[in-house]
Unconditional design. Structure first.
Length: 192
């Protein structure tokens, strides 16, 4: 996944040479968040899966987003994210659980401050998250109730405030909110 994130950033940066237009309607971005809903679900996975354990490492959510600006204020699009966790099974006491979260959410973004090198916005997203717990053989041998499980449920994200800064087309951004993008989120964005 680290390679995928690095490739997405490289592809984003490779498009910087494209000539900016007066009115930039398309926007693509990559981001990383902390404190996401999937991280909380993972911490309480015993309520969702027969194989459950304590987190030992967490990665994500990393994601991509796209918006089309219907007006200079309103953008519509979507967000796709990936997060994963390695865990130690509570019964077998061995590290061998892998939890994977993939989410897809249609989104709307409201740009309420638009300057040449700075902007502020809020946003809402809602969609579905696919949750999978996989137990390796060592966990299954030590915990007879451990098994692989998959689920899907509704997920959301509310960006209370986001700030972007940089050039007219290429910008960095930080967001504060609640949901699958995390309590804090940061990334890079390119407008064309």
């Amino acid at each position: 996944m680290k390679r995928l994130f690095i490739l997405a950033v490289a592809a984003l940066m490779a498009t910087i040479g494209v000539k900016a237009q007066d009115e930039l309607k398309h926007e693509i971005g990559v981001f990383y968040g902390v404190g996401s809903v999937s991280n909380v679900l993972s911490a309480f996975s015993s309520a969702f899966a027969a194989a459950a354990g304590e987190q030992s490492s967490w990665w994500g959510p990393i994601g991509v987003e796209y918006y089309y600006h219907v007006t200079p204020v309103v953008g519509v699009g979507g967000v796709a994210e990936y997060a994963t966790c390695k865990a130690i099974d509570d019964v077998a006491h061995v590290k061998g659980l892998t939890e994977t979260f993939i989410s897809v959410m249609p989104s709307v973004k409201f740009n309420w401050l638009r300057k040449k090198h700075f902007g502020m916005y809020s946003g809402l997203s809602a969609g579905v998250i696919f949750f999978k717990v996989a137990a390796d053989d060592a966990v299954k041998a030590g915990n007879p109730e451990a098994k692989d499980e998959s689920r899907a449920t509704v997920i959301f994200n509310a960006t209370a405030v986001g700030a972007e800064f940089g050039g007219t087309a290429f910008r960095g951004f930080v967001e504060a909110g609640f949901g699958e993008k995390g309590v804090l989120c940061a990334g890079l964005r390119y407008k064309l």
